[in-house]
Ligand binder design. Structure first.
Ligand code: C2E
Ligand code: MG
Ligand code: MG
Ligand code: MG
Length: 277
């Protein structure tokens, strides 16, 4: 694994983390060591077509199990990795690993459309991010259209110029782009209209809302907005038959969630795919 990561931006770190500074620094050290010791690994969660039930692909999700067996959630350690700059080498490793996994699945004859990889804004800001994606694709032999980059909305909508260029280049190469956690950030609609995006991901908070008094109002809005813009819509956090049913009825094309499957180890993918109907 390559080292020599660069310092990240501090602006991202204004978010409350609920972790004391000393504790945070310690965790950061552990995280660096964990990466070197290969204690970080990927889990894969299936994404399916809500109409046909066909498996479309998988989202790669990072996991960290410490030496004493404790699981640290990515929502805790990704901000740390962003702060220390480790996210650059870590993210590069995620990208390559996910591409290689996808190639293996395709070579086994599974008909899948995509592998989705989460990308941090810090990665995007690297001048060589484009090359990094290109290399991961070339080295693994994965055709670009199989790779989908998930970018969170807040990230997408600030720092326009450079970001738009990077997106356009990737898009030209054939890589797919999804806006993650859509509806939780502060996006300008005109900006969204301009970006070369393929897919909106409805945040699971809005899927959970289906069970409340508000019902599926936001999910419906996002679906309609996406359709108007000619985008595909995928919902995350589908936990019940009702979620599936309602989203399907709203016109949401695709989904992922515990009802279908929890994120799984790479070794579990093949048996799961054979079971799924
Ligand atoms: P995300 O990209 O929005 O990923 C979806 C999260 O929802 C995952 O949490 C997934 O395990 C969880 N999830 C999926 N279905 C359900 C469900 O039915 N119910 C519930 N309650 N949860 C569900 P996870 O794996 O803890 O990841 C959290 C976040 O960490 C991700 O949110 C993503 O923003 C970030 N992340 C994970 N892996 C990476 C990575 O490799 N790079 C970067 N930059 N960020 C990552
Ligand atoms: Mg995601
Ligand atoms: Mg998401
Ligand atoms: Mg989310």
């Amino acid at each position: 694994r390559t080292k020599g990561y660069q310092r990240g931006s501090y602006t991202l770190f204004t978010r409350e983390m609920g972790v004391e500074i000393r504790e945070r620094a310690m965790l950061m050290q552990h995280l660096h060591k964990a990466f070197d010791a290969e204690r970080l690994y990927l889990m894969y969660q299936p994404q399916i077509d809500l109409h046909s039930r066909r498996v479309l692909g998988f989202e790669a999700l990072l996991r960290w199990r410490t030496d004493d067996g404790q699981m640290i959630p990515p929502t805790d350690f990704i901000p740390l990795a962003e702060h220390s700059g480790l996210i650059i080498s870590l993210g590069a490793w995620v990208m390559r690993t996910a591409c290689f996994t996808m190639v293996q699945l395709l070579e086994k004859g599974f008909q899948l459309d995509r592998i989705a990889v989460n990308v941090s804004v810090i990665q995007f800001r690297q001048p060589d991010f484009f090359e990094l994606v290109e290399n991961a694709l070339r080295d693994s032999g994965l055709a670009p259209h199989y790779l989908e980059l998930e970018i969170t909305e807040s990230v997408t909508m600030n720092g326009a110029g450079l970001f738009e260029d990077a997106l356009a280049r990737l898009k030209n190469m054939g890589v797919q782009i999804a806006i993650d956690d859509f509806g939780t950030g502060f996006s300008s609609l005109s900006y969204l209209d301009k970006l070369p995006v393929d897919r909106l991901k409805i945040d699971r908070a809005f899927v959970a809302q289906i069970d409340t008094e508000g019902g599926p109002r936001i999910a419906e809005l996002i679906t309609q907005l996406g359709k108007k813009l000619g985008l595909k819509i995928i919902a995350e956090g589908i936990e019940t038959e009702l979620h599936w049913e309602v989203l399907n009825r709203l016109g949401c094309d695709e989904g992922q969630g515990f009802l279908v499957a929890r994120p799984m180890l790479e070794s579990a993918i093949e048996p799961w795919l054979r079971e799924w109907k």
